[in-house]
Design a protein around this ligand. Structure first.
Ligand code: GLN
Length: 545
C-alpha cells in the first residue's frame, strides 16, 4: 500500500502526552496488521538533545545507530517494538546545519537562501524520505502550535499535505479541555483558539484528540465539532489512563484508530488484535506482591529524566507479576562526609544507581553502593552506577584511597578515565580532552563478550550481547586483577578485551554494574533480562526481611 502520513500537532499547553498518543496510535495501527514508522520533528535549535540538561528536557534516548534523540522515541520503541534510528528525529538545528552546509558548498547556485523554500524543503525532504518505508508514517511535531520555533515546520507540513492530498496526509491535533472548578465545566475555548491558530497557518486538522481529566459531555464534543469544522465523530475525548500501557486500549475504545482509517477512506481495514495489550494491562492491574527500588540519582526532581529506566523497572515488575515502587533518593544530599544514607535506604528491596554526569552526587552514590554491598541488598549500577561501583571497591576494598574518575579531577588515581579511542563498525574512533561535548561520546550499540559461567551470561542466556552506550569515560582495564582479588569480577568486556563492560560480585545475591544502558532496549512485551532478574532478586530480598 502507498504510505500514508499522519502529522500530530499539539495545542493549548505542552505535556499533553502527544508522544504517548502517537505511540499508542502506532501500536493500534500495528495491531491491525499495518507496518508503522514513527518520527519526531523538534523545533528547538540544538542539533540534537545530547547537550541538553535532563532537568530541562528529560532523558536523552540513544538509538542503536548512535543518535542522541528525544525521549519520545523511547515511547515509540516501547509501544511498537521497532528500533528507532537517527533518521527518525530531526531538530531545527540539524535542518539549519544542512541548509548552511549546502549554502557553503554552493548547492543553491547563487540563490538568496530563505526559510521558504530552502528550510521548508529540507524539512519536507526529511519527511519524504520515509515514503515507501511503512504503511503509515506518524510524524509528531514537538512544542505547541503558535510557538515561533515551529513555524517553518508547520509551513513545511502545510505544503507537504497539499502535495500529498487528503488520501495520503492527515493532520491530528491534540488539545486540552481544562476543567474550571468555579464553573463546574470543561472549557472548549482554548481548543477552538488553537484550531483557529492552525487554520490560520493553512492546516485544517481532521481529527481532534481532546485531553480531559473527566468525562466530556456529548454536547461539548458537538460544540467543538461545530466551531472547529470537524466531523463530530472525529472529535475524540482522551481521558487520563491508569497506566501508559492502557492508552492504546482506551484510545481504541473511543475510536481513534477507526476514525484515522475512516479519514483515509480505509473502511475495510482488518479488526485490531489487542490481546497483548490486554494481557499487559491485566498484569499491571493485578500484581501478586510489590517491591521498592531506591533509585539513587541526581536528576531526581524531574521524572522524565529517568523515563526509560522507570519503564524498564515496570517491565521487570510485569514479568515478575509485582508492582514496582520507585523511591527516588537525591544522591547529592548525601555528598558531605557527615551524612549517612542508611536512613534513606532503609527497607528498600533493591538499589539502583543510574547514569549521570559530573561530580555532584557521586559521593552520595558511592555511599549507597557501599551500603548495598555490605547489607547484601540487590544492586544494579548503570553506566555511572557501574563506574562508581568500581571506585567504591577500589577505595574501600583495594585500599586505593584516592581512587577516582578523571571526570571529577586531575588529581588522584584514575580507575575511571577518559576514553581516547574505541572501535565502531571496524573503524577506530578517537577523542581528545578538548573535543566538543555534543555528539562525541561512545554512542550507540556495541557488542560485549560475557565471561563463561558468570551471572550475567546466565541471565542473558548468551555470551555475546549488543547494548547501547552513551559515555565518555571508561573503567581502566589495568585494574582488573586488583578488583577481582576483592571479589569484583569483570564479567563482560568489549570483544577485544580492552574495555570493561560489566562487573559483578559473586559473593552477593545480586550485584551487577553495566557500562551501557539496558533500560533503553526494554519493552513491555520484551522486558530486558537484567531488569527481570534484578526485580526477581528484589522480591527474594523482600522475603528475607
Ligand atoms: N559521566 C560518565 C561518562 O561519561 C557516565 C555517563 C552515563 O552514565 N551515561 O562516562
Amino acid at each position: 500500500m502507498e504510505t500514508k502520513f499522519i502529522f500530530i500537532t499539539g495545542g493549548v499547553v505542552s505535556s499533553l502526552g502527544k508522544g504517548l498518543g502517537s505511540a499508542a496510535l502506532g501500536a493500534l495501527l500495528q495491531s491491525r496488521g499495518y507496518d508503522v514508522r514513527l518520527c519526531k520533528l523538534d523545533p528547538y535549535l540544538n542539533v540534537d538533545p545530547g547537550t541538553m540538561s535532563p532537568f530541562q528536557h528529560g532523558e536523552v534516548f540513544v538509538t542503536d545507530d548512535g543518535a542522541e534523540t528525544d525521549l519520545d522515541l523511547g515511547h515509540y520503541e516501547r509501544f511498537t517494538g521497532k528500533p528507532a534510528t537517527q533518521s527518525d528525529n530531526v531538530t531545527t538545528g540539524r535542518i539549519y546545519t544542512e541548509v548552511l552546509a549546502k549554502e557553503r558548498r554552493g548547492d543553491y547556485l547563487g540563490a538568496t537562501v530563505q526559510v521558504i523554500p530552502h528550510v521548508t524543503d529540507e524539512i519536507k525532504d526529511f519527511i519524504r524520505e520515509k515514503d515507501g518505508t511503512a504503511d503509515f508514517v506518524l510524524c509528531e511535531i514537538g512544542g505547541t502550535v503558535g510557538d515561533i520555533e515551529s513555524l517553518p515546520f508547520i509551513e513545511a507540513l502545510r505544503q507537504f499535505g497539499n502535495e500529498m492530498g487528503r488520501e495520503r496526509a492527515l493532520f491530528l491535533h491534540v488539545t486540552l479541555l481544562p476543567y474550571i472548578p468555579a464553573a463546574g465545566e470543561l472549557k472548549t475555548k482554548p481548543t477552538q483558539h488553537s484550531v483557529k491558530e492552525l487554520m490560520g497557518m493553512g492546516i485544517r486538522p481532521r481529527i481532534l484528540l481532546c485531553r480531559a481529566d473527566r468525562e466530556v459531555p456529548e454536547e461539548e464534543l458537538k460544540k467543538i465539532a461545530l466551531f472547529c469544522n470537524i466531523d463530530e465523530e472525529k472529535v475524540i475525548p482522551a481521558l487520563d489512563a491508569s497506566s501508559i500501557y492502557e492508552v492504546p486500549l482506551t484510545y481504541h475504545k473511543v475510536g481513534l484508530d477507526t476514525q484515522v482509517l475512516d479519514a483515509f477512506g480505509m473502511t475495510d481495514a482488518p479488526a485490531p488484535d489487542l490481546e497483548k495489550w490486554e494481557k499487559i494491562v491485566r498484569r499491571i492491574n493485578n500484581p501478586e506482591s510489590e517491591v521498592t527500588i531506591a533509585v539513587v540519582g541526581k536528576y531526581t526532581n524531574l521524572n522524565d529524566s529517568y523515563k526509560s529506566l522507570n519503564e524498564a523497572l515496570t517491565h521487570g515488575g510485569i514479568a515478575n507479576k509485582v508492582k514496582v515502587h520507585i523511591k527516588f533518593v537525591e544522591a547529592s544530599l548525601f555528598d558531605s562526609s557527615n551524612d549517612d544514607i542508611a536512613h534513606a535506604l532503609d527497607g528498600v528491596n533493591g538499589i539502583l544507581v543510574p547514569g549521570a554526569f559530573g561530580n555532584r552526587g557521586a559521593a552520595g552514590m558511592i555511599k549507597a553502593i557501599k551500603y548495598a554491598r555490605e547489607k547484601k541488598i540487590p544492586y544494579f549500577g548503570i553506566c555511572f552506577g557501574m563506574q562508581m561501583a568500581i571506585v567504591e571497591a577500589a577505595r574501600n576494598l583495594c585500599g586505593i584511597e584516592n581512587a577516582t574518575s578523571s571526570e571529577f579531577t586531575d588529581e588522584g588515581e584514575h580507575i575511571v578515565g577518559l576514553m581516547t579511542e574505541w572501535v565502531k563498525d571496524n573503524a577506530k574512533e578517537t577523542r581528545g580532552n578538548d573535543d566538543d561535548l555534543g555528539g562525541t561520546m561512545r554512542l550507540g550499540a556495541f557488542p560485549a563478550a560475557l565471561a563463561i559461567g558468570s551471572k550475567v551470561a546466565e541471565i542473558y542466556g548468551s555470551e555475546e550481547i549488543l547494548e547501547r552506550h552513551r559515555h565518555r569515560y571508561e573503567v581502566n582495564i589495568n585494574y582488573k586483577d586488583k578488583l577481582e582479588e576483592v571479589g569484583l569480577m569483570m564479567s563482560g568486556t568489549s570483544p577485544d578485551g580492552t574495555l570493561p563492560e560489566i562487573c559483578e560480585r559473586q559473593d552477593h545475591p545480586w550485584f551487577i554494574g553495566v557500562q551501557y544502558h539496558p533500560e533503553l532496549k526494554s519493552k513491555p512485551f520484551d522486558p530486558h533480562p537484567l531488569f527481570v532478574s534484578f526485580i526477581k532478586a528484589a522480591i527474594e530480598q523482600g522475603r528475607l526481611v
